[in-house]
Design a protein around this ligand. Structure first.
Ligand code: TRP
Length: 344
């Protein structure tokens, strides 16, 4: 395999109600990768419109995700922060990948099956082709590492399949143009830590979700300290005290979820948490959880609101980020066109 310089790419959809799941599963991890990698963080507005979005709400949501990136500590000067629709190469490469990926591959995607539900005939073509756009997002920058939640693993595998088939289909052209062996890297998912899947506070078998009808099921990044405390105190638990060993969390889904959240917020492992709280009852543990959650999330919410009060500032960051992203994407797109045999 050819060696590629390490580069991180990830995206967050601007579909409203950013919550603790988005923070711990994604944005929080982006922040720590900044010290070790060149990173590109994208607000994936083209993915958002695979289901209808009200235009005014979409615009506000794009700014909200950007504000969350900044409030959580992503540095738009050392790294690149932008929105997807400002860099046309994403759509351009997605079309090419639509011609590389096979219908059978896309038909196996569990997220499409879940999102399209029973009425597949009525889902947008974009929702079906969503994973080829995601592959394009990553590969237009030849990114090597992709921090994502557990639920995106299958899409990452598809991106690798696309990269591999492109490299193989065009191997002669790639070699004759002087790129060694492979043009695209095989992007690897980075899925680590105790909270790769944050569950609902009301039902430990369901993912924390922006679309859950109960607002008590999630902690929104813009919730005030009082609301955060209230939601944690009302979170579902079971009657037993906390165990001392991770294995004993077993089928206690709600207990496992709260322990995972506490661990992720403090940068501990779940076992660390049980070493401290094994034998404690939930009211004790919840007091500690309220304290860390307020301390971590309170300032983020406040900072998001402050940043969001200045949309022109946000738009300027996105525009500058897009300008920088386009330089990389444009150069790679030119090479891709040469490989395919297009005239430019
Ligand atoms: N599909 C991802 C999600 O819903 C968002 C996304 C789009 C993404 N393009 C990406 C994530 C590229 C990582 C890399 O969470």
């Amino acid at each position: 395999m050819a060696q590629f310089p390490q580069r991180v790419f990830s995206g967050v959809q601007p579909t409203g109600n950013l919550h603790l799941g988005n923070y711990l599963g994604a944005i929080h991890k982006f922040v720590s990768l900044q010290d070790t990698h060149d990173c590109i963080f994208c607000v994936v507005d083209l993915h958002a419109i695979t289901v209808f979005q009200d235009p005014a709400v979409l615009k506000a949501n794009i700014r909200e995700v950007t504000a969350a990136f900044l409030a959580c500590g992503i540095d738009p000067v050392r790294h690149i922060v932008f929105n997807q629709s400002q860099v046309p190469e994403h759509s351009e490469l997605a079309w090419i990948f639509n011609c590389v990926a096979r219908i059978g591959w896309l038909s196996r995607m569990t997220q499409f099956k879940e999102k399209a539900g029973k009425d597949k005939e009525n889902a947008s073509v974009g929702l079906y082709a969503y994973p080829t756009l995601m592959a394009a997002d990553i590969l237009i920058y030849r990114a090597t590492h992709v921090p994502v939640g557990e639920d995106q693993k299958q899409h990452l595998e598809l991106a690798r399949d696309v990269a591999q088939k492109f490299n193989k289909d065009f191997s002669a052209s790639i070699a004759s143009l002087g790129h060694n062996e492979a043009f695209f890297p095989m992007p690897e998912p980075l899925i680590q830590g105790p909270a790769t899947r944050v569950m609902s506070l009301r039902d430990g078998s369901k993912k924390m979700s922006k679309s859950d009808p109960s607002d008590n099921s999630r902690i929104n990044l813009t919730d005030t300290a009082d609301i955060i405390a209230q939601k944690i105190r009302r979170a579902k638990t079971d009657p037993e005290p906390l165990p001392s060993e991770v294995e004993c969390l077993g089928s206690r889904l709600e207990a496992d979820n709260l322990v995972s959240i506490y661990a992720a917020l403090r940068g501990f492992s779940k076992q660390d948490v049980l070493n401290e709280f094994g034998g404690a009852n939930f009211s004790q543990f919840k007091n500690a959880l309220v304290e860390v959650a307020e301390a971590k999330l309170g300032p983020i919410g406040a900072e998001m609101k402050r940043i969001q009060s200045n949309p022109a500032y946000i738009d300027d960051i996105l525009r500058k980020g897009a300008d920088r992203a386009r330089v990389i994407a444009g150069a790679n797109m030119a090479a891709i066109k040469d490989i395919i045999g297009f005239i430019r």
